[in-house]
Design a protein around this ligand. Sequence first.
Ligand SMILES: [Zn+2]
Length: 270
Amino acid sequence: MEVAPGVHSIPAGSSKFMGMYAPNVFLVIGDRAALIDSGYFDAQTTGERLDYLMRLAHLKLAHILITHPHPDHIGGCWAIREATGAEIAIYAAGAAHLKNYGIAEDRLLADGETLDIGGAIIKVIHTPGHTSDSVCFYLEESGILFTGDHIVGFGTSVIDTPGGDVAQYIESLKHLLNLNIKLICPGHGPLIREPERKIRELIDHRLEREQQVLNYLERGRRSVAELVSEIYPELDERLVELARKQVQAHLTKLVQDGRVTVAGDSYILE
Ligand SMILES: [Zn+2]
């Protein structure tokens, strides 16, 4: 499906994903084409993506650009590379993580680098926070930003500790406010047509969550587990680990900021 001129959203299937939204896979078409992320590993959904690419008979897929090396964003990249000859390109810091999945990149990307696919120029923007090696891809001319999991189309992104970092996450969001973004194509969920509002909401959400953590610490909650049960009451068991990571990420920032000290498993307000 073409979601903007020269930008397609490709079905990534929903068979393997536990959450609400399957990963989004986008295709940017110029004289050559670039895939943004590659969805799941499984043969069926990878086959669906390949079918889509093959139907665009004129297409010369040059790049498979990875927003970050999480399994639901890199799966299938090897099979698509084999079938199309496209190069796998990832931000340099992410290459080691890619290797954990048995995948070798063809090209390392740097912050600020541009890729010219003829008729479209794709800029790499390092946006650490969800993970330390997350990047966004930006079509400056049309104001379209591909965000991976840095910004998702529903709710908020997970700060995936270790590696993820709340302070960096907020800084990365603030950096995006300097750009003239008209449309966000996120790693999961629907397209975001009011980018600035969404980005400001995400920053506000993190600052509110931080204040919440501070408030509970003030009331004598000390451990990650105590904070999780206060902040996320009646949480589905399957989401506890994610909630724990969020609270841990906020505590790490507060310790870095010198507002909280840590003694063993206890966090204490300064
Ligand atoms: Zn992710």
